[in-house]
Design a protein around this ligand. Structure first.
Ligand SMILES: C[S@@+](CC[C@H](N)C(=O)[O-])C[C@H]1O[C@@H](n2cnc3c(N)ncnc32)[C@H](O)[C@@H]1O
Ligand code: SF4
Length: 383
């Protein structure tokens, strides 16, 4: 294990073959071929510009997210990894994750990604039923997704997959059965997201028109409870509100976000948190892929936002991200960041309500019954 502080690199690939009707990620469909060589040059330039700002780091995790990074050629991924290694030291136990869509075409590239240096894949399986996949606008069948999982299992040391639950018409029984089938295919990690109706998506329009009925609060709660019970019994407890792992198999890259450590973000619409001259800086790049490309080609980077966060903002972010974790937050670290302690009276009230608990080692964490109302708990503590 490396002892250097955690430092992650996020690489955003902003293209998809089609846009799923529920998704509001920065992903775009292009009918012409993507000029990967041109994009790779831009990624390399943005990495170089970022490394000038935060030199001397040891990279503990790298994450290719999207969009659909599994549309990239393995050679493209390899060249980006080489560019990262040119500027920073790579930890011996580096975790390199790539998000993949589970189609048969993409699975043919898995070995190439492994050869390029990827050692973990996260597959967007979403559901194990063909009509449900169709309703989600997915381009793969359940069998195709399971075949991709099997190929991932053979090619990588570590893999995870995502499912979306609290879908229209789901009951705790039907979801429980689907989840058990999924667990039989899972190894060490699963991401289980409740369907969120995101503004300005086709699902939002259908929802508004009354044509898409999502579970009410009570049913959503029952589905959440089913998820926790089945996963915990299978040795995959939640370590974060939507993420389950065998102990030690957590996604180390995402832990960097939730534990408020440092990370660089490159590619269209990527966010970063860089510690420079005693300040924590929040960076964000141009979201539109072609505009990002032009910006990098003319200025050497695509950064459009770069601001120092105030102690209050840093502390709020720490609270917001850290309370998503089952381990919770260290209250002293909050006090150091904020320049003041959390209000003990608010903690006492939330504790009486059963929403949070404190530990003898000074941690504050949300309880099982507090997680479904996490936003309210955070708002209460941050206020
Ligand atoms: C960047 S996306 C996916 C990567 C890959 N393009 C895919 O779709 O397989 C990460 C994950 O977020 C989840 N997700 C996206 N939009 C969501 C929504 N509106 N509600 C719940 N989960 C969502 C999906 O499970 C998805 O796999
Ligand atoms: S869910 Fe994945 S494949 Fe679908 S549009 Fe979003 S990023 Fe693309």
């Amino acid at each position: 294990m490396t002892t250097a502080p955690a430092f992650g690199v996020y690489v955003h690939w902003p293209f998809c073959l089609s846009k799923c009707p529920y998704c509001d990620f920065n992903s775009h469909v292009r009918h012409a071929a993507i000029d990967e060589t041109r994009f790779v040059r831009a990624f390399a330039a943005e990495l170089a510009a970022t490394a000038t700002r935060v030199p001397g780091r040891t990279v503990s995790t790298i994450f290719f997210g999207g969009g659909t990074p599994s549309l990239m050629q393995p050679g493209t991924v390899g060249t980006i990894l080489d560019a990262i290694a040119k500027h920073w030291t790579i930890a011996g136990d580096v975790e390199v994750t790539l998000e993949a869509n589970p189609t048969s075409v993409e699975a043919t590239r898995f070995r190439g990604y492994r050869m390029a240096g990827v050692n973990r894949v996260s597959l967007g399986v979403q559901a194990l039923d063909d009509s449900e996949l169709k309703a989600l606008g997915r381009l793969h069948t359940a069998q195709e997704a399971l075949d991709a999982v099997a190929i991932a299992r053979a090619a990588f040391e570590r893999y995870s997959f995502d499912l979306i639950y609290a879908r229209p018409g789901q009951t705790p029984q039907s979801w429980g059965a689907e989840l058990k089938r999924a667990i039989a295919e899972a190894a060490e990690h699963l991401s289980l997201y409740q369907l969120t109706i995101e503004a300005d998506t086709p699902f939002a329009a259908l929802h508004k028109a009354g044509k898409l009925k999502v579970p009410n609060e009570e049913l959503a709660r029952a589905l959440y409870d089913t998820t926790q019970e089945i996963c915990a019994a299978a040795g995959l407890p939640a370590y974060e509100i939507s993420n389950h792992a065998r102990p030690g198999a957590e996604c180390r890259h995402n832990l960097i976000y939730w534990r408020a450590h440092e990370y660089a973000g490159v590619g269209p619409g990527a966010h970063g948190r860089l510690d420079i001259d005693g300040e924590r800086r929040a960076t964000a790049t141009e979201r539109r892929p072609e505009a990002w490309l032009l910006r990098v080609e003319t200025r050497g980077h695509g950064v459009v936002t770069d601001e120092a966060l105030t102690p209050g903002e840093i502390a709020d972010e720490f609270l917001l991200m850290g309370l998503r974790l089952a381990e919770g937050i260290e209250m002293q670290r909050y006090a150091r960041l904020a320049g003041r302690s959390l209000d003990p009276r608010r903690i006492a009230i939330l504790r009486e309500e059963g929403a949070v608990e404190t530990t003898s080692s000074g941690r504050l964490r949300v309880t099982h019954s507090g997680f479904p109302v996490l936003d309210a708990v955070v708002a209460d503590l941050a206020a």
